[in-house]
Each structure stands twice: as C-alpha cells, then as structure tokens.
Design a protein around this ligand. Structure first.
Ligand code: AMP
Ligand code: MN
Ligand code: MN
Ligand code: MN
Length: 275
C-alpha cells in the first residue's frame, strides 16, 4: 500500500492532465491517491475515472489557501463530499478570491515594468485556477527573469510586489468548510512556513481548536528529523498523520509516491477511511 495524498494537475498549477498524472502515479506504484489542486475540485472526476483503470483508490482532495496571523497557510482537505453545498460555495468564493488577487498581482507587476502581464498569465493558466506560478511563467516568457526560482525571488515570493495573500480567508473558516463536508482537514507542508517551533505550535493549536484534525508528517523534500517532530505534534494534538509528494510536474518537483517514511506510532489518515 502506497498513499500519495498531495499533488497537482493542470487544473491548478501542475503540469500534467489528471489522466497523465494518474498514469504516472500508477507507474510509481501509488495505490491510494488524492489530487489536491489549489482551490478547485475540477480535476477529480477525470482522475477518478483513470484511477479505476489502474485499481488506484482515489480520495477526494483539495488544497485551500488561507491565512493565520498574516501568514499564508495551505490546508489540504481529504475524503470530503465534493458535492456538499458548503464546499461548492466555498470553492466559488476561493475562485473569485484568486481572480481578484491575480488582477492585483498583475497591476503590481505592471508597475514593475511587466506590461501586458495579465493577458499573458491568463493565457498560460488557460482556464485553470490562476496562481503565482502562471505569473512566473509569464515573467520568463517576457524575459524579465530566466527561471521560476528567480521569478519568486524577485517578484512573487514573500515580501515581493506579487505576494498578495491577505485576501484569503482565515484558517478556521477553511477548516470549517472541510469538516462540514465530512472531510479531514490537514495542515500542508509544515516545513515550508519558516516558522519557529513555538509559532508553529501556536498555529497548530488554533487549527486544532477550529476542528483541524490532520497534519502532513511526511512531504516531498521534508527532513526526517522534521517528520519526527510533526509526529510528536500529532500525538500532542490528536491529529491524524498524512503524507504526500506535492508533485506539480516532472523535475524539479518531488516525484509522485516519493517521500520519507512515516514515523512509528502515528495514526495514518487512511486508517480513518478503512473503519
Ligand atoms: P499561489 O497558489 O498563487 O499562492 O502560488 C503558490 C504556488 O507557487 C505553490 O503552490 C507552488 O506551486 C509555487 N511556488 C511557491 N514558491 C515557489 C518557488 N520559490 N519556486 C517555484 N514555485 C514556487
Ligand atoms: Mn502549487
Ligand atoms: Mn502548498
Ligand atoms: Mn501543494
């Protein structure tokens, strides 16, 4: 059994169609998969159909954008009812948040000399949930930067003109949507927030109080020592442990199904669905 419960397709900022993504997951030996596109479930029906062909168990998934104390936090929802009315309303709201934010990003980047970037980024997104990676690609095509890393470093990363995150809902609200739809709410990639241990614990406490019940203990690129610390937090807060690659495409991203080992003693999130 190999579960990968965090990855992206063309429906947000991933590079593969849901069908190609599922084929690749099968090649990598994945037996349980959650497609967790940013703020959309549009790829799930196609992924589910393809997963059946490979006998892969497809768990419904999404990666919601939120804020806690002014810091952008990603919350993965797993195993929820995609057709729950609260979920539908929430996703529509996130979608319009993304669109508004994208327009603000475009205005700010135009001021930096990237004239016409809105049209370019929109064409690159091609109907997907538009995000900063689409702007990064546009900046590359406009020859403002030479690669993704540079685009984030100069224009889109924390504290840069294109970093617009305050439009996102509070983490507690996002947790509420997922739980209302019967899903497990999971803090994504806790190693990516550059928080001190104290601050991370404070965020996890707020998340837990809001009904959050899962934590990514293993994620593509996460250090084993960090995973062990997250396992301790699972014990302390009663969180279920999740794992996933956060695959977006072939290189430089982590491969599907490739990540560290889950530490001993945790309750994996999939044991919840087996009951
Ligand atoms: P957004 O959802 O619009 O806030 O964009 C965030 C996404 O940008 C993440 O999910 C990653 O896929 C990508 N990303 C964030 N930081 C970087 C980086 N330094 N280099 C490349 N991609 C990044
Ligand atoms: Mn992404
Ligand atoms: Mn994320
Ligand atoms: Mn992700």
């Amino acid at each position: 059994m190999l579960a990968d419960l965090h990855c992206h397709s063309l429906k947000s900022d991933g590079q593969l169609s849901p069908t190609d993504l599922v084929d690749r997951a099968a090649e990598m030996g994945v037996t349980m998969l959650a497609l967790t596109d940013h703020d959309t479930v549009n790829g799930i029906p196609e992924a589910r159909e393809q997963a059946q062909k490979h006998n892969i168990e497809l768990v419904s998934g999404i990666e919601f954008s939120s804020v806690w104390n002014g810091i952008g936090i990603h919350v993965v929802g797993l195993g929820f009812d995609e057709h729950h009315p609260d979920m539908k309303v929430a996703i529509a709201r996130q979608e319009s948040c993304r669109l508004e934010r994208a327009k603000t990003i475009a205005q700010r980047l135009e001021k930096q000399g990237a004239i016409g970037i809105w049209e370019k980024a929109e064409a690159i997104a091609n109907g997907a949930q538009i995000g900063r990676p689409h702007f990064a690609q546009a900046l590359i095509e406009m020859e403002k930067v030479s690669n993704m890393a540079q685009a984030f470093k100069r224009y889109l990363g924390a504290g840069k003109p294109g970093d617009v995150k305050t439009m996102w809902p509070d983490i507690s609200e996002v947790v509420g949507w997922i739980r209302a739809a019967g899903g497990v709410a999971v803090v994504a990639h806790p190693d990516k927030y550059k928080m001190t241990r104290t601050k991370l614990k404070c965020m996890l406490k707020a998340f837990s109080e809001a009904g959050g019940n899962g934590l990514e203990v293993v994620c593509g690129g996460m250090e084993a020592s960090f995973s062990r610390r997250m396992a301790e937090f699972c014990d302390e807060f009663g969180f279920m442990a999740s794992q996933g690659s956060d695959f977006h495409g072939p290189r430089p991203w982590s491969e599907l199904g490739k990540f560290g080992k889950m530490p001993e003693g945790v309750t994996p999130v999939w044991s919840h669905w087996a009951e």
